[in-house]
Ligand binder design. Structure first.
Ligand code: ZN
Length: 439
């Protein structure tokens, strides 16, 4: 299908969107985020410059579903220094060098004593891994394997100036009200430190989409954006918003949208819901490489939203797939791994998916017994300027299929008529009283 037949986006991309997305990644990249702490607050405060964002603080110790909000972790400095005092591993050079949630430590020890606390990737010896110890009391450093191999024996000074203390878990929310109370959830995790694709790309795409929707035409659905730490943040949001979950008609987690891999759409647990249909249709029509994969209970926070108590139909839009590219969760997921062009393309695909979702409706033909007479309603004249046979055929398809069961997207897929033409035809027929929302 040619480019012009692509469904329209829910909102026009702002001028230079790719560069805007990349610039925001650059700004957020140095911040040391974790599942709690000032890094998340700083990140949300920067996002809040772009859109109206409500910040929520959930105190440590709060029961959230089957979990408990952990104490808050903050870190000011960390290093391993050799006997001359030179920092051989330095948190100030990259926050990936410290295992997230490391307990405070200040000690002198030999390399052998230090070794169990050092994490490397022997198979990728130049990359620093990203490691966490959220729910285990320990501390550690991460470094390239090649650097570890080159460290001389001897005594080292180890310092981690961190605190793990009662505080709060922070998440942010932004709502763009539509004509309906039914909600579309866009969720992204905000807990990774200096990693660009996973997950700064998701954060910046969601933030700019929310900002664009705020200043664009009112959508049909209400769009809720949740910026929360992975797992515990989504669980805290779900615990506080159980009534809101019932209004979710569709959703997506977004992450890994800045790399050069083909798109991946991960289906909802229910498999054939509105968001599944919209995403698969757009990816099929668009001139981008893509894969559609079935739901599985791992990956990102879609697994919380799709849990059996909620079963909110939330899929996931990515390019590179969770855990399946060598840069994933390493220092190689940096500013050179993501690009403005890929980010812009991701924004485009996402807004077209939401465009289909938002405009897809299921209508009734008000004259379902035989074909309604189009000529007497001047409907042939209304087709002026278009190719009559195509437009007429689109009209006949819509009238034939508008049985209250079949959506406009169903009609587009069955007829092969582009979705936007079906939507425009339906709007025309609605204006002439031949289609209605409900009978
Ligand atoms: Zn991750």
């Amino acid at each position: 299908m040619s480019e012009h037949a692509l469904p329209a986006p829910i909102v026009q991309a702002p001028e230079g969107i790719g560069e805007c997305l990349f610039a925001l990644i650059e700004r957020l990249y140095p911040i040391c985020r974790s599942i709690t702490g000032d890094g998340v607050r700083e990140t949300l405060s920067i996002i809040g410059e772009h859109l109206p964002l409500t910040i929520r603080e959930v105190p440590s110790g709060t029961k959230v579903l089957d979990w408990t909000v952990p104490p808050e972790w903050n870190i000011r400095d960390a290093y391993v220094a050799d006997s001359s005092g030179a920092r051989v591993i330095d948190f100030k050079a990259s926050n990936l060098h410290v295992v997230s949630y490391s307990m405070p430590v200040h000690a002198r020890m030999t390399l052998d004593e230090l070794r169990p606390h050092l994490h490397t990737l022997p198979e990728s010896p130049l990359m620093t891994p990203y490691r966490t110890s959220y729910y285990v009391e320990t501390w550690g450093f991460c470094l390239p394997h090649a650097q570890l191999e080159a460290l001389p024996d001897g005594e080292y000074e180890v310092l981690i100036d961190s605190t793990i203390a009662p505080g709060a878990l922070t998440y942010g929310e932004s709502v763009v009200h539509g004509r309906l109370d039914d909600e579309v959830l866009i969720s992204t995790h905000v807990c990774h430190p200096s990693l660009c694709d996973d997950n700064l790309s998701g954060i910046v795409v969601a933030a700019h989409l929310a900002a664009a929707l705020c200043s664009g035409p009112t959508p049909r659905f209400t769009y809720r954006f949740v910026f929360a730490p992975g797992t515990i943040g989504a669980i805290a949001w779900l615990a506080a918003n159980r009534e809101c979950v019932d209004r979710i008609v569709a959703g997506l987690t977004v992450t890994c949208l800045g790399d050069s891999h083909p798109f991946t759409f991960k289906r909802t647990e229910r498999t054939h819901t509105a968001i599944d249909r919209a995403a698969e249709y757009v990816l099929d029509q668009a001139s981008v490489e893509s894969n559609v994969i079935d739901f599985y209970p791992y990956g990102y926070d879609e697994r919380q939203y799709n849990s059996p108590g909620f079963r909110a139909p939330v899929g996931s839009l990515m390019r590179g797939r969770h855990g399946e590219f060598p840069e994933y969760h390493t220092s190689a997921d940096n500013l050179t791994f993501v690009g403005a062009a890929q980010l812009a393309e991701s924004f485009d695909v996402l807004t077209r998916i939401l465009g289909v979702l938002d405009r897809n409706r299921t209508l009734f033909n008000t004259e379902p017994y035989g074909e309604p007479q189009l000529g007497s309603r001047n409907l042939y004249a209304a087709l002026g300027g278009t190719t009559i046979p195509d437009a007429q055929l689109a009209m006949l398809w819509v009238l034939n299929q508008a049985d209250g069961d079949t959506s406009l997207l169903d009609i587009a897929e069955r007829s092969g008529v582009p979705f936007d033409s079906i939507v425009a035809t339906a709007a025309l027929l609605e204006r002439h009283g031949l289609l209605t929302d409900a009978i």
